[in-house]
Design a binder for this molecule. Structure first.
Ligand code: PGA
Length: 253
């Protein structure tokens, strides 16, 4: 990313009901005012499927976007109990979808399945937040770079996909744990991801690469000093409008 556009993406996980609309409205109100200060950012809230349609109908302006957190690899309808396709997400009003989150990989989601999901989401013109990251065991055995390289190569077919893909580097050991990588490590990993995409796909369209894992109102300042980071995928802290807003405020402080 050569411009200064920063992403703040909330991943609500299994959280929220209709009354959570007030959280969405508070974030929306803040971002509306904040936008006037000339900061270039994209705000997305990835919420449970049960809330996508409700929230998207309430939010008419293009200040906060609503996304889903996963989709089935079959694009339309099919005999998949409990699943939702990319077409269904799109029709509910989602503009984004998180794919390859480690919580889903841990449930058996394979690189091939993610590849198919990415294809379905691409066909539906959804923006994709593609999650990658190593486990603690992989980190300890020095496999971080090979793991993330394989995750990218195993699921992204063509360079054209990068027009709609945002990468979220989320070390699994950092998610929900309060632990974050060292700045020096992060700089190296972000450079590696961008170089890897440049070389392997022979493209100049390098996607935005976000950081995710225990992002908080306190540690955001540390991340803001790392220019390689194009934004954040925020889990727990995005379930509170105050925390999510304070993360954005503190980032620019
Ligand atoms: P966390 O989650 O911010 O609660 O660590 C991040 C994520 O899982 O996307």
């Amino acid at each position: 990313m050569t411009n200064n556009l920063k992403y703040f993406i909330g991943n609500w996980k299994m959280f929220g009901n209709h009354s959570s609309l007030k959280i969405v409205y508070q974030i929306h109100q803040f971002c509306k005012k904040f936008k006037k200060q000339g900061k270039k950012n994209k705000i997305v809230l990835c919420v449970p499927n049960t809330l996508i349609s409700f929230f998207s109908k309430k939010l008419k302006s293009k200040i906060v976007y609503i996304g889903g957190q996963n989709c089935h690899h079959q694009e339309n309808f099919g005999p998949y109990t409990g699943s939702v396709s990319a077409t269904m997400l799109k029709n509910s009003g989602a503009k984004y979808v998180i794919l390859g989150h480690s919580e889903n990989r841990a449930e058996g989601e394979t690189k091939q399945m993610i590849k198919n999901k990415i294809q379905s989401a691409m066909n539906q013109k959804l923006n994709i937040i593609f999650c990658i990251g190593e486990t603690l065991g992989e980190k300890k055995s020095g496999k971080t770079y090979s793991v993330i390289r394989n995750q990218i190569r195993g699921s992204i077919k063509r360079k054209a996909f990068f027009k709609k893909i945002i990468i979220a580097y989320e070390p699994v050991w950092s998610i929900g744990s309060g632990k974050i990588p060292q700045t020096i490590e992060l700089k190296k990993i972000f450079k590696f991801i961008k170089n890897e995409i440049r070389k392997k796909y022979n493209t100049k369209n390098i996607p935005a690469v976000l950081y995710g894992g225990s992002v908080s109102t306190k540690n955001i300042k540390v991340f803001s000093l790392i220019p390689e980071i194009d934004g954040f995928l925020i889990g727990g802290a995005s379930q509170s409008s105050k925390k999510f807003i304070d993360i954005i405020k503190n980032y620019y402080k």
